[in-house]
Design a protein around this ligand. Sequence first.
Ligand SMILES: Cc1cc2nc3c(=O)[nH]c(=O)nc-3n(C[C@H](O)[C@H](O)[C@H](O)COP(=O)(O)O)c2cc1C
Length: 321
Amino acid sequence: MLKIGSVSLKSNLILAPLAGISDLPYRMLNRRFGAELAFIEMLNCRSLSHKSRRTKEMLATNPDDRPLGIQILGCEPRFILKALDVLRTYEFEVLDFNAACPAKKVVRRGEGAGLLKDPKKLKKLLELVVGNTKVPVTVKIRLGWDKDSVNAREVALLAEDAGVAGIFVHGRTKMQGYSGRVDYTHIAGVKKAVRIPVIASGDIMSAELAVKMRKETGCDGLAIARGGLGNPWIFKEIQSLLRGEPVPARPSKEDIMKVMLEHLIACDRYYGERIGVIRFRKFFSWYTRGFRKVRSLREKSSQAKTEEQMCRIIEESRGSY
Ligand SMILES: Cc1cc2nc3c(=O)[nH]c(=O)nc-3n(C[C@H](O)[C@H](O)[C@H](O)COP(=O)(O)O)c2cc1C
């Protein structure tokens, strides 16, 4: 069990926020496989404060989509306060503040991982967020800006001082982006330094790597990101291995077919057929990772416009498994 402030979670497996991916259909599917706390993709405070249509869509949820995490991105107090005001009308369990996003347009504004260059400013912003939010606040950080300025431990201590209830650590620097190996030692350093829960992120691509992350860092929770793309089974596999039980067999061809169809239909119901099929296209590629001779089917899927066309492509992929 994992406790983030007043929120008790039934397991320590968390679905990480994934921009353009962790929408309601994706969260619901992964919950069915064992994701406990699931995050909506990060929301820009400026857009939130303007109540943009796209941001409102991103906030869509349902009563079964719990416990739910919302993540905000910003660095200007007035927009952060406005965003928090808008969020008051929504129900969710955890609010995360992003100090980890490495995108150029984000760090250029001094947001996301840009804040790792100014830990004192980050602390002030966290105090502001904690002081104006009813649910527990967490922060997501990286190890530092680059390998010569690793400061995760210092940032984590300041965040704890600011009153956050948990820390997500992506074990890479901003300069590493999403490549290069995750560094377990520095995550372990953060865990040793603070008393609040530490949730580790990075390269949790299999149950074995989840257990390795746990062992090497002593972390309290695990945030699954790319390891879950086209692979919701990873949650059950991690759960079993952490409990010392045998890991379930990898999904059969039938399992994959069934989940692909379920996911496609969920996207179509939620977005309508046209957008739903477009949203599903990238998932087809992820679900069929490891399939043989699937390139032409992936090309076809990237052109599919109707549910019927996509269903046919899914059916055809059966032969490539
Ligand atoms: C496509 C994509 C979108 C992401 N979006 C977010 C996001 O909105 N907020 C966030 O904190 N992290 C985001 N991340 C980072 C992940 O949550 C995670 O920390 C990172 O990918 C490391 O984990 P992994 O190596 O297991 O993928 C994103 C990562 C990817 C690949």
